[in-house]
Design a protein around this ligand. Structure first.
Ligand code: NAI
Ligand code: MG
Length: 335
C-alpha cells in the first residue's frame, strides 16, 4: 500500500527544492502517492486566495504534507499563508532541530539542539488595532491551554529523542502576567517528567548563551515570536537557513517545511540549496514511522556534505540544486 502525502511546491525556489526533496524521498524506496496542491502568491489569480480550500482539503485527506516556502504578499490584504496554515490546521507545535553537519562552515562542530516553538498564538494572533492615530497596539495572547500543550509536546519530544533537559525560554521578568502564566504551566507539566531536567532562561540571555556555548542547551521551548527568532539563531549556528528543517505538528495533521523563505533573489536559477527541505522530508519520514528510511536520508546528506565536492553556492560550492540532489540520491543508493 502506498503512503499519501500532499506536496505543495510553493513560490520562488519552492518548486526547485520541493522537487529535490520529492526525488530523495522516492529514492528511499517508500511507495508514495503524491497529491499536488497549490498555495502561494502565484495562485491568487486562479483561486482568488493564496490558500485555496482545495489545498487544505488535500492536507486533511492525506494527514501529512511537504511544503515549499510561500511568499507573503505584502500589503495585499491577505494574511500570511504560513500563519493561516498553522491556524486552520491547528498545527500548534513547530519542531525545529539544529544539528551540525560535517563540511558545512559554521562556528561550532557539534551542535545538536531542538527548538520547540508555539505556533498558534503570541504576537502572531494577528490582533492589532489603532488606538488613536499614532498609537498602535498588537496583542500578545498567551493561554493556559496552548502553553500546556506546547510544553507537554517539548517533554514528549525530549523523551522520544533521548534528551536530558528541557529549558523554558521566557521574559517573565517584564511580561509578568503572560510569561508568568507560561512558566506556571510549564513548571506544572515538568513535574510529570522526573526523568528530564527542567530549567528556565530569560530570552535575551539565552540568545547570548547560545552564541557563546550552545552545548549548555538541549531542548528549548517558547512562545511564538521568541521561537521564530531563537530558531533562526540556532540555524545560524549550524550553517544557515539552507540547513534548517522543521515540522508543524498538530493532533491530526503535520506539515513539514524548511525554515527559510522563497528566496526570490535566486529563484529559477537552479542554485538553491535543497538540504533544509530534504531534511524536513526526513523528519516527515520519522513522523510516518519510517525511521530507518529517515536515517538513510540523513546519512546520505551527511556523506555528500562531508565530502564537500558537490555542494551548492551558499555552502561555498558550485553544484546546482539538481547536481547536489543527484549526489544525495546516489549516496542513498549505496546505503
Ligand atoms: P529567505 O529565507 O527567502 O531568504 C533569505 C536569504 O537566504 C536570501 O539571500 C536567500 O537567497 C537565502 N536562502 C534562503 N533559502 C536558501 C536556500 N535554500 N538555498 C540558498 N540560499 C537560500 O527570506 P526572505 O528573503 O526574508 O523572504 C522571502 C519570502 O519568503 C518572503 O515573502 C517571506 O514572507 C517568505 N517566507 C516564507 C516562509 C515559509 O513559507 N515558511 C518562511 C520565511 C519567509
Ligand atoms: Mg522566521
Amino acid at each position: 500500500m502506498s503512503t499519501s502525502i500532499a506536496l505543495i511546491p510553493g513560490d520562488g525556489i519552492g518548486p526547485e527544492v520541493s522537487e529535490a526533496a520529492r526525488r530523495v524521498i522516492d529514492a528511499t524506496g517508500l511507495s508514495v502517492d503524491w497529491h499536488m496542491a497549490d498555495a502561494g502568491g502565484d495562485v491568487i489569480h486562479r483561486y482568488g486566495t493564496p490558500l485555496p480550500e482545495e489545498t487544505l482539503e488535500t492536507i486533511v485527506r492525506c494527514g501529512v504534507a511537504l511544503k515549499g516556502p510561500i511568499t507573503t504578499p505584502i500589503g495585499s490584504g491577505f494574511r500570511s499563508v504560513n500563519v493561516n496554515f498553522r491556524k486552520r490546521l491547528d498545527l500548534y507545535a513547530n519542531f525545529r532541530p539544529a544539528r551540525s553537519y560535517p563540511g558545512v562552515p559554521s562556528r561550532y562542530a557539534d551542535v545538536d539542539l531542538i527548538v520547540v516553538r508555539e505556533n498558534t498564538e503570541g504576537l502572531y494572533s494577528g490582533l492589532e488595532h489603532v488606538v488613536v492615530p499614532g498609537v498602535v497596539e498588537s496583542l500578545r495572547v498567551i493561554t493556559e491551554r496552548s502553553s500546556e500543550r506546547i510544553v507537554r509536546y517539548a517533554f514528549e519530544i525530549a523523551r522520544q529523542h533521548g534528551r536530558k533537559k528541557v529549558t523554558s525560554v521566557h521574559k517573565a521578568n517584564i511580561l509578568k502576567l503572560s510569561d508568568g502564566l507560561f512558566l506556571e504551566v510549564a513548571r506544572r507539566v515538568a513535574r510529570g517528567y522526573d526523568d528530564i531536567v527542567y530549567e528556565e532562561a530569560i530570552v535575551d540571555a539565552t540568545a547570548m548563551r547560545l552564541v557563546l556555548d550552545p552545548s549548555q542547551f538541549d531542548v528549548l521551548v517558547m512562545e511564538n515570536l521568541f521561537g521564530d527568532i531563537v530558531s533562526d539563531l540556532t540555524s545560524g549556528l549550524v550553517g544557515g537557513l539552507g540547513m534548517a528543517p522543521s515540522g508543524n505538528i498538530g493532533e491530526k495533521f503535520a506539515v513539514f517545511e524548511a525554515v527559510h523563505g522563497s528566496a526570490p533573489d535566486i529563484a529559477g536559477k537552479g542554485v538553491a540549496n535543497p538540504t533544509a527541505l530534504i531534511l524536513s522530508g526526513a523528519l516527515m519520514l520519522r513522523h510516518l514511522d519510517e525511521g530507518a528510511r529517515a536515517d538513510r536520508v540523513e546519512a546520505a546528506v551527511r556523506e555528500v556534505l562531508g565530502k564537500g565536492a558537490c555542494v551548492t553556492r551558499d555552502l561555498g560550492g558550485t553544484a546546482s540544486t539538481k547536481e547536489y540532489t543527484d549526489a544525495v540520491i546516489e549516496a542513498l543508493g549505496r546505503s
